[in-house]
Design a protein around this ligand. Structure first.
Ligand code: NAD
Length: 338
């Protein structure tokens, strides 16, 4: 049988564990899987584009378990009342091919993206970073804010979005949690990023955007750019990329989809796992401008699916569905029709 975790059940699981604790466990699982990077068989994700957006499949295996995530990216969706990003994931046993888990992954994507961002910032941002600018206050916003508060100790947030309702929603949702975080609404991107320790960009537009230029940066800032994740969809101009030391998840995928699609393909970049395993340096000086050019990699979803499978099992959440034929009479498929 395959365990089904739908959206209400996954939300229940996260509430049950506690949001902050869930983020901690997720970051630890993602870090542990980045630490065993060579164990994974990896591919750049498979993308199918249309004028409105993209649908992607993200497969990966560590030899024991296989997972894939279905995810879309349609920046025009909110105007139709739909989320920009929606996803579900499957975890399977490699030895028999049995699908073990079918899980919602829209919420899980926001959680794992935020946990990965905070994990990267832990080795790339200046120690003692407290102030983060958050540019783009849509669906990912709360999760980024929470992960950076919980895992990095961010206590000041400056929000900017051209849609004031998005920023108000983010401020409201965070206030309801009663976190010791001081939130200000900035009137412009310039105002939000001036002197911030960390700049997170989470905007959605199918275009080569330039949210800010190199002249607006302060030495030592860390950029956590999560919104540029498709060919023709970037957030930062090349001059910002040239001013920064660049870190990516999986270079073959990021060269196609990330901010670095705008740079020559031979430009050296560092993969996050190299820093996490001590094989490459992260931040080297207090004045470095560091950039985590995040596009989202299958390993993070694999880690997230393995974690929720274990947690759901421990708490007996979700229910089993007959997605594929069960054991018994393996050559008599026809009996399913009787
Ligand atoms: P969303 O549509 O809910 O929110 C995007 C927000 O960006 C909107 O509120 C919009 O008003 C705002 N925005 C647009 N242009 C802006 C600008 N110039 N300045 C400031 N704000 C601007 O989308 P979401 O689900 O929050 O996702 C945000 C981005 O992150 C998307 O591009 C998505 O594809 C990407 N994403 C990346 C990862 C990853 O792993 N790197 C994971 C999930 C989502």
């Amino acid at each position: 049988m395959t365990r089904l975790l739908d959206l209400p059940t996954l939300a229940q699981l996260v509430r049950n564990v506690g949001l902050a604790d869930f983020l901690r466990q997720l970051a630890a699982q993602i870090e542990a899987d980045f630490q065993r990077w060579p164990a994974f068989e990896k591919n750049a994700r498979l993308a199918h584009h249309c004028a409105q957006g993209v649908i992607e499949l993200m497969p990966i295996s560590d030899g024991a378990r296989y997972s894939f995530k279905f995810v879309n990216g349609h920046p025009g969706n909110p105007a139709q009342g739909l989320p920009t990003v929606m996803a579900f994931g499957v975890l399977a046993d490699m030895a028999t091919g049995t699908p073990l888990l079918l899980a919602e992954a829209t919420l899980l994507t926001a959680l794992r993206t935020a946990a990965t961002s905070a994990l990267a910032a832990r080795v790339l941002a200046r120690p003692g970073s407290r102030c983060m600018a958050l540019i783009g206050n849509g669906a990912q916003g709360e999760f980024q804010a929470l992960a950076f508060h919980t895992l990095l100790g961010i206590t000041q947030l400056r929000l900017y979005d051209p849609d004031p309702q998005a920023s108000a929603k983010l401020q409201r949702n965070l206030a309801a949690l009663g976190l010791p975080v001081h939130i200000t609404l900035a009137a412009s991107i310039d105002e939000a990023i001036a002197g911030a320790d960390i700049i997170t960009t989470a905007t959605a537009a199918k275009a080569h955007a330039a949210l800010f230029g190199a002249a607006q940066l302060t030495p030592g800032q860390h950029l956590n750019a999560i919104g540029g994740d498709c060919p023709g969809k970037t957030e930062l101009p090349p001059e910002v990329l040239r001013a920064a030391r660049i870190f990516v998840e999986y270079a073959p995928q990021t060269r196609i989809e990330g901010e670095i699609q705008q740079l020559p393909a031979e430009l050296p970049v560092t993969e996050l796992w190299q820093v996490l395993t001590g094989q490459a340096p992260g931040r080297q000086s207090a004045a470095d401008i560091t950039l985590f050019d995040s596009v989202g990699f299958a390993l993070e979803d694999h880690a997230a699916l393995c974690l929720v499978q274990r947690l759901a099992q421990e708490r007996q959440l979700g229910h089993d569905i007959a997605l594929v034929p069960g054991a018994g009479g393996p050559k008599d498929l026809f009996r399913a029709l009787r």
